[in-house]
Write a protein that binds this ligand. Structure first.
Ligand code: CA
Length: 222
C-alpha cells in the first residue's frame, strides 16, 4: 500500500518510514504541513501517518482537508499530546486511529495493518483474473485454489495490475505504486519483480496471464 508519513522529528520519521517499508509498503516522508499538502495533491495514498505538531501548522488541518476527498486515505494520528481532548479532536477531524508518543514500532505496525485491513465501502472484495484470485483483506493469492506465496512487493504489484485488468500499466506507474518516490535502486526492479510473479503463477501449460507490452509496460488479462 502507498503510505505518507508526516513527521517533523527526523529520526522518528525515518524509523517509521523504514519500518513500514520493510512491511512492504511504499512510504513517502514529509516533514511539514506544506510538504504533506503537495504530496497528497500528487499521489493517492491508502494511509497517512500524521504527526499533529508540525513546524508550519497543526496536522489536524490536513486531516480535515483529506476528508473532503471522495476517497480519503486512512489517517493514523501520532501525537505527543495525551490529553483526552486532543484525541477527541483528532477523531472529530476524521482520524481513524491515534497513537500517543512514545510508542513501540511493533504497535504502530499492528495498528497500520488493522487500518489497512478494515473494510471500507466494499473496496476490498475478492479480485479475479481468470483462475487467479487475489484477496486484498487476507493478503492472499490463489491460482486454481492453490496458495501462491508472494512477497509483500510482489503482492502489491499483482494487486495493482489486477485493479487495472485489461489496461496497459507502465513501469513508472508500477514503480510509483509499489516503491516510493525516492526509490533509486535498480532500474529494472519492476521487470525483476514481474518475472518473479510470473514464475510463481505459472502452471504447466498455463503461463501467468501477464503480457509484456513492448516498450510500454505490462497488462494482465482474463
Ligand atoms: Ca512534531
Amino acid at each position: 500500500m502507498r503510505v505518507l508519513v508526516v513527521e517533523d522529528d527526523i529520526s522518528l520519521g525515518g524509523v517509521v518510514q523504514r519500518g513500514l517499508g520493510e512491511d512492504g509498503h511504499a512510504v513517502d516522508l514529509e516533514r511539514t504541513l506544506a510538504g504533506a499538502r503537495r504530496a497528497v495533491a500528487i499521489n493517492a495514498y491508502h494511509l497517512v501517518v500524521l504527526d499533529l505538531g508540525l513546524p508550519d501548522g497543526d496536522g489536524l488541518a490536513l486531516c480535515r482537508e483529506l476528508h473532503e476527498n471522495e476517497r480519503p486515505p486512512r489517517v493514523l494520528v501520532l501525537t505527543a499530546r495525551d490529553a483526552t481532548g486532543d484525541k477527541v479532536l483528532g477523531l472529530d477531524a476524521g482520524a481513524d486511529d491515534y497513537l500517543t508518543k512514545p510508542f513501540d514500532f511493533a504497535e504502530l505496525g499492528a495498528r497500520v495493518r488493522a487500518l489497512l485491513r478494515r473494510p471500507d465501502d466494499a473496496r476490498s472484495p475478492l479480485l479475479r483474473v481468470g483462475d487467479i484470485e487475489l484477496d486484498p483483506a487476507a493478503h492472499a493469492v490463489r491460482r486454481r485454489g492453490v496458495m501462491v506465496p508472494l512477497t509483500a512487493r510482489e503482492f502489491a504489484m499483482l494487486h495493482f495490475l489486477i485493479d487495472r485488468k485489461g489496461q496497459v500499466v507502465t513501469r513508472t506507474e508500477l514503480l510509483e505504486a509499489v516503491w516510493d518516490s525516492n526509490y533509486d535502486g535498480l532500474s529494472n526492479v519492476v521487470d525483476v519483480h514481474v518475472a518473479n510473479v510470473r514464475r510463481k503463477l505459472d502452471l504447466p501449460g498455463n503461463p501467468a496471464p501477464i503480457e509484456t507490452v513492448r516498450g510500454v509496460g505490462y497488462r494482465i488479462e482474463d
